[in-house]
Design a protein around this ligand. Structure first.
Ligand SMILES: Cc1cc2nc3c(=O)[nH]c(=O)nc-3n(C[C@H](O)[C@H](O)[C@H](O)COP(=O)(O)OP(=O)(O)OC[C@H]3O[C@@H](n4cnc5c(N)ncnc54)[C@H](O)[C@@H]3O)c2cc1C
Length: 506
């Protein structure tokens, strides 16, 4: 197995359970990749955790929903496999590892489309977990600004400073770290040979070369994450320039290059799990710059986003994938991406009430924050046309006062209120603030095409013998869609499991 994120770990466990000798090679010095940085949420239609069971959700409803989101390079064969296997894998991981799920109070991202489900049905997250220190020491550290809290605790306000202190004191892991730790612990106990600082870049039908040593005969599951940290691959394949990388630095496209060299057919190459992202100077991961995903902030009362023309361009409160995609809007006239960078704008009440990225109410104002006493003055600082921007704010304020957003329908969808407090409120209390926001992503979505067993498909339509792929290293079957919070990790675990099993039994 190449790579130790959700896909690689799930593949290792499945292959070992099927009786294979398994080596898990991880390029970096810790286990977990971007998975360990994540919230660990998975989107699993028809999961066993929802005690209301088939009364609420079913394969038919989920299929209907995926059909309504079928835009772009989708694979119906793999989606069908997902609908059947994702719930089985989620259940099996609970039975065979220390991972325990709880429902996440998030609805599907497009809940109002056919087959969509409301809060707490399809999205799940790991319960907090303690593992032996010999295991947790191997797991990639969380992003320094992420508190040791579950998403549920963060959005329901259940978190207290005492709870945070208790988690830190007891070494309790949450989110993606909990997922990685549970799977890693089970893999080590099952006898998987886990090797960190082991970057594998070469494969042929005769096997792999590990760190320049001898070629070893082995079936290989490529689970190396995406290619977002390789600028040349990004320029070649992605549909827009993307600056805001929020994930771990191991995603250099090694698996993609390896699969291309083996003659793999590629799919979903222009897509990624998009998001709006913000740069806080000094933020780094393994010495490389890292951005922060802009999440609940943009849905707060008194917050809007505007593009370089000073206009709103999307419903700010919708899911991050689709806000990120809206930032790719291109002006043919000016030959530029109008919403990259864009600006998140808010008034004094927001500044006084809510944390904004790394800034808490009452904190001194950081250099990345712009402030002006009038909206026209703020437009000057942002470099957007003042008349347009002032008009944008006035129009938003008038409709917010009336309780609606006729332009972008903010507040109409159930997802819009998923992040906590949600109302439409005018920006009325000076001073006004702005923060630059960049188009970003949590991982690319393209790679070698696979069949439903995770086997890499050759450009001639045959299967590449001995080569498998899963997670962000493989072509996602979801096309342009992000059906629900946790689709990425749901996909990584499910197809990682299939690929590992196939690699062990072929
Ligand atoms: C802050 C944040 C929060 C997120 N929250 C969620 C969430 O809650 N739910 C969700 O579904 N998604 C979430 N995501 C996205 C999700 O974490 C990733 O898409 C997912 O982890 C990808 O899993 P993976 O196994 O494919 O890759 P990764 O987890 O990135 O693992 C790939 C591993 O392969 C290693 N590797 C690379 N090249 C080689 C090589 N040549 N040899 C050996 N090893 C190699 C890498 O170092 C890395 O450790 C989030 C992302 C971020 C950044």
């Amino acid at each position: 197995m190449l790579g130790s994120g959700a896909a690689g770990l799930a593949a290792a466990l499945a292959a070992r359970a099927a009786g294979a000798e398994v080596t898990l090679a991880e390029a970096t010095s810790t286990v977990g990749g971007t998975t360990a940085l994540s919230s660990g949420a998975v989107w699993i239609p028809g999961n066993h955790v929802d005690v209301r069971g088939p009364a609420v959700d079913s394969v038919e409803q989920a299929r209907l929903h995926l059909e309504s989101l079928a835009v772009g390079d989708i694979s119906r064969v793999l989606l069908e496999s997902y609908l059947v296997n994702a719930p089985l894998v989620a259940q099996r991981l609970e039975a065979t590892t220390a991972l325990r799920w709880q429902p996440l109070p998030y609805p599907d991202c497009h809940r109002e489309l056919p087959g969509g489900m409301g809060r707490g049905v399809r999205s799940l997250e790991p319960l907090p977990l303690v593992v032996p220190s010999s295991v947790s020491a191997l797991v990639r550290s969380p992003l320094p600004w992420r508190p040791p809290l579950t998403v549920t605790e963060m959005v329901t306000g259940a978190a207290t400073p005492e709870l945070v202190r208790e988690r830190s004191r007891t070494g309790t892991l949450v989110g993606g770290q909990a997922m990685v730790a549970a799977l890693l612990h089970a893999a080590l106990e099952a006898g998987v040979d886990v090797r960190t600082s082991t970057r594998v870049t070469d494969w042929s039908p005769d096997g792999v070369v590990v760190d320049g040593g001898k070629r070893r005969r082995a079936r290989v599951v490529v689970a190396t994450g995406g290619f977002e940290r390789d600028p040349a691959l990004v320029r070649t394949f992605l549909r827009a320039p993307v600056r805001g990388l929020i994930g771990a630095p191991g995603s250099r496209g090694d698996g993609l290059r390896l699969a291309m060299a083996a003659g793999a057919a590629l799919g979903t190459m222009s897509e990624a799990w998009w998001c709006p992202a913000l740069r806080v100077p000094g933020d780094e991961i393994d010495g490389e710059p890292v951005y922060r995903m802009l999440f609940a902030e943009r849905a707060r009362p008194g917050v809007i986003m505007v593009d370089r023309r000073g206009r709103r361009f999307t419903n700010e409160a919708q899911n991050y994938n689709d806000v990120g995609r809206a930032m790719h809007g291109f002006s043919a006239q000016d030959f530029r991406f109008e919403a990259d960078p864009s600006w998140m704008v808010f008034d004094a009440e927001v500044r006084d009430r809510y944390p904004i990225v790394s800034m808490r109410p009452g904190d001194p104002e950081p250099r990345w924050l712009l402030r002006a006493s009038t909206t026209a003055g703020l437009a000057d600082l942002m470099g957007v046309p003042p008349e347009t921007f002032v008009d944008t704010v006035d129009r938003f304020n008038a409709s917010a006062q009336a309780g609606s957003d006729p332009e972008f329908g903010r507040g109409r969808g159930e997802y819009d209120s998923a992040g906590g407090e949600f109302t439409l409120r005018p920006l009325s209390e000076p001073p006004y603030y702005a923060v630059a926001v960049h188009a970003g992503l949590g991982g690319t979505k393209g790679g070698p095409r696979t069949d439903e067993r995770g086997r890499v498909v050759h450009v001639d339509g045959s299967v590449v013998p001995g080569l498998y792929a899963a997670g962000n290293a493989a072509a996602s079957p979801f096309g342009m869609a992000y059906p629900g919070t946790g689709t990425t990790l749901g996909q990584a675990l499910t197809f990682g499991d299939s690929a590992g099993r196939a690699a062990a039994t072929d």
